[in-house]
Ligand binder design. Structure first.
Ligand code: HEM
Length: 763
């Protein structure tokens, strides 16, 4: 029988197909291997699940970490796969024990190189160690101590600029705190880091170069998000194309974000070059004034007196041999990188904290009271305390400030994940077993050289096995409890030792190395985070070099601002923080466009009612129930802006009046769609009772309590939350207060009825 070519090829293809199907059906995944690790299905072959992790990915990541455990596999674009790791033992292995076996990915290094040049972000191995060794002492606690008085004027200037804005708006103003904090951060890192002022707090910046620079920095993260899909090819482009070819490609490709990104990089590089040139000129003048020969060995090093990081770096660089010296290009790159790192991170942290204060006035009042007491005690005054400057040791030992700083860093890490790649075949140990695709439980995973790893800072900081069942809650009290603070030397919790110049990064690292057997109070393995086991600053030899600088800046700014200003939610703008790897705050529509990074808050001057005298009074953990504010007319010509909270412990709905307004809001009266539009006849009234009922909160239903808490002034007395469940509203409130509540409730009922009648008439 004659067999045609067509038949032969069809048979071969069928046989090959049958073989593949047979292999698939009979293939057994080997337990405890990369292949065995389970994870969510990919969305598509082109994007994998990458876009879900890095675009507003909090829910997606947390859901999958809960479902698959401390190690899961997620799909990268174009058939690649990576591990998302939050298991503490595996992370210790990657960052500390087997750190030589894991490096930052080439994608990260190449991107950083193109953006900032050959600085810390882009280098590995000996070159990274050399740069780090020169920079470390400049970031040590002792230098932060010396720097603190020099940075106070920045915080004071910020405070006076916002206060002027508030005053000229008639006592209360809506302020985009993110924009102010960005300008403040650039000034901190500019003055404290480079000995260079950007004059960025002269709002809006009078200096065109500064505005351009801040605009460039502001654009970096959003642009990075727009072109992140190019990340996979960046290493090839860098390896295969020379600089002119890369320039040609950027010009030629129809991708506007790439061109914009290049402009930002040029602005950053030019500014960094100028800063270095200016600093060098200053130093030359100092050398001449001191009478040192410029080329005399160590002449520069001897003359450099500046306390800023750049002076210390130039001094250290002048004092080392040729092999250890950083080239000018490397120094410029460090400047660009430090300006970016210092700008992007701390501005977000401070803005987040101010937003937290606005959501829960009691946190703000309690902290303000702690600050007042510390300033009064330090200066021995009872009035005029607002202007008192706290020294380093006092600032760093305020317990409540410290607790809220730690807690906000834990819950809201500036970046969601760190990337690493395995340099050789190795085995990752796990603290908790995971169930593999094979169905078997495993406590270790064998991975091959080249495996891409994403260390999930979110997954780590929310791990209930380490942080407890309340890991998802904002609970500063967890840091005030016993056995948490100062338990581990060298991890950021050890008390600072004035005057002692140490390479604390090396110490922290050594502390972490000894940590492999330490366990948390819950008995689980601890994370190797450089700061209090929190992973937000990373851990190991690449951990954040600026973590003390960040702490100093955040604490100094908060102490200065809260002494004079009070922050609350904007009634019209609901801020939402998206986790796009970087934290991205936007205003949800209809108040905002849902895209522009901003944190608008209402700001006014502090009044006596904004303190809680007994700062030690425990703060009841309240969870925002509805992100909406609620405005409510108290029939005395005033309106009250209310925050709604759910007190989980007592299953109560609580309304906290954040501020009274006479007429400030009346002009901007704008209702959210979820509220019933008020009748034109009574535009100011809000039908609270009716709204609550419409949303399932029956005031009289058991277990639901309705409290109208006055502002902090009256909170200072008896806490208005009754003890224990089952206490009746009427029993709890007595005298005129009870009468007032009953009168308001009646009035609301009457208004509700009147409005319902109105509506019926309209219909
Ligand atoms: C709250 C604020 C900050 C947070 C949450 C933060 C977080 C981080 C994280 C997660 C890393 C990566 C660690 C790793 O890959 O293992 C890092 C690295 C770095 N950070 Fe920060 N950072 C903050 C503030 C700062 C400041 C103020 C500066 C500079 C003044 C700074 C400079 C750096 C540098 C230079 C690196 C690279 C270190 C290296 O590769 O050796 N950071 N930071």
């Amino acid at each position: 029988m004659e067999v045609t070519v067509w038949q032969a090829s069809t048979n071969i293809l069928l046989a090959a197909g049958a073989y593949v199907v047979f292999k698939k059906l009979t293939h057994r995944v080997k337990e405890g291997t990369f292949e065995d690790v389970d994870g969510p299905p990919r969305d598509s072959w082109v994007t994998g699940s990458f876009h879900r992790v890095f675009k507003d990915g909090f829910d997606y990541v947390m859901h999958n970490v809960q479902k698959y455990g401390g190690v899961l596999k997620f799909a990268m674009p174009f058939f690649h796969e990576a591990l998302l790791i939050s298991d503490p033992l595996a992370i210790q292995h990657i960052l500390i024990k087997e750190q030589e076996s894991f490096e930052v990915t080439e994608i990260f290094r190449s991107g950083s190189y193109l953006a900032f040049g050959p600085g810390l972000f882009a280098t590995t191995g000996p070159q990274h160690r050399k740069q780090r060794k020169l920079l470390n002492p400049a970031f040590a606690t002792a230098h932060m101590q010396e720097m603190l008085p020099a940075t106070q004027p920045i915080a004071s200037k910020l405070c006076s600029s916002i206060t002027s804005q508030v005053t000229s708006a008639g006592g209360q103003a809506e302020v985009d705190v993110l924009s102010w904090m960005s300008r403040t951060s650039i000034e901190y890192i500019g003055q404290g880091g480079m000995g260079y002022s950007f004059d960025s707090l002269d709002a809006p910046s009078n200096n065109p170069q500064t505005s351009t620079y801040i605009q460039a920095l502001n654009k970096m993260v959003p642009l990075n998000m727009r072109i992140r899909w190019l990340a996979l090819i960046v290493p090839y482009v860098l390896r295969m194309c020379s600089a002119p070819v890369r320039t040609f490609l950027v010009d030629w490709l129809p991708i506007s974000a790439l061109k914009e990104m290049r402009e930002c990089v040029y602005v950053m590089w030019d500014t960094s070059t100028r800063i270095l040139a200016d600093r060098k000129k200053d130093l030359e003048r100092e050398v001449e004034a001191e009478g040192f020969e410029k080329d005399e060995k160590d002449g520069w090093a001897k003359a450099i007196r500046g306390k800023d990081i750049m002076s210390l770096l130039l001094k250290a660089n002048a004092g080392v041999g040729a092999a250890d010296k950083l080239a000018d290009e490397e120094v410029i790159s460090q400047i660009a990188m430090l300006l970016f790192a210092g700008f992007e991170s701390t501005s977000g942290v401070i803005s987040r904290l101010l937003h937290i204060f606005s959501l829960d006035d009691r946190v703000q009042c309690r902290l303000r009271s702690e600050i007042r007491r510390a300033k009064q005690d330090h200066a021995g005054v009872s009035t005029g305390w607002e202007e008192v400057e706290l020294p380093f040791d006092v600032l760093f030992s305020l317990p409540y400030l410290d607790a809220i700083y730690r807690e906000s860093l834990r819950l809201y890490p500036a970046v969601a994940a760190l990337s690493r790649v395995a340099q050789n075949d190795t085995v990752l140990p796990l603290s908790e077993p995971i169930r593999g695709k094979s169905g078997a439980q495993t406590k270790s995973i064998a991975i091959r050289k080249g495996t891409i790893i994403s260390i999930s800072l979110l997954g780590s900081n929310y791990n209930k096995a380490v942080w407890g069942d309340d890991a998802f809650e904002f609970k500063p009290e967890r840091w005030l409890g016993e056995g948490v603070r100062g338990v581990k030397a060298g991890t950021g919790t050890a008390p600072n030792q004035p005057g002692k110049v140490v390479d604390e990064f090396a110490e922290a690292y050594r502390g972490n190395q000894n940590q492999s057997t330490t366990t948390s109070s819950s008995g689980s393995v601890k994370y190797p985070g450089i700061y209090s086991s929190i992973m937000s600053f990373g851990g190991g030899p690449r951990a954040c070099i600026g973590f003390r600088f960040a702490e100093m800046e955040v604490k100094q700014v908060l102490v200065t601002l809260l002494s004079t200003l009070h922050f609350s939610l904007s009634p019209e703008k609901e801020v939402r923080w998206m986790s796009n790897n970087f934290q991205t705050p936007v205003v949800k529509p209809p108040g905002g466009d849902g895209k522009t990074r901003q944190v608008p808050l209402m700001v006014r001057r502090v009044v006596e009612g904004d303190f809680l005298d007994d700062a030690r009074r425990p703060v009841v953990p309240l969870r925002p129930l509805i992100h909406h504010w609620l405005m409510y007319d108290n029939f005395q010509g005033e309106q009250i802006v209310m925050n709604m909270r759910l007190n989980d412990e007592r299953d109560e709905v609580i309304f906290i009046a954040t501020h009274y307004t006479k007429d400030a809001y009346t002009k901007r009266w704008k209702l959210k769609s979820s509220y019933k539009k008020p009748s034109p006849k009574s535009p100011k009234s809000m039908n609270l009772v009716r709204w609550l009922r419409g949303h399932g909160y029956a005031l009289e239903s058991p277990g639901t309590r309705f409290y109208m808490l006055p502002p902090c002034a009256q909170l200072r007395g008896e806490p208005p939350i009754p003890d224990g469940p089952g206490v009746d509203e009427e029993e709890d409130l007595e005298g005129p207060e009870a009468e007032e509540v009953a009168r308001i409730a009646e009035e609301h009922e009457r208004q509700a009825q009147a409005q319902a009648d109105d509506d019926d008439d309209d219909e």
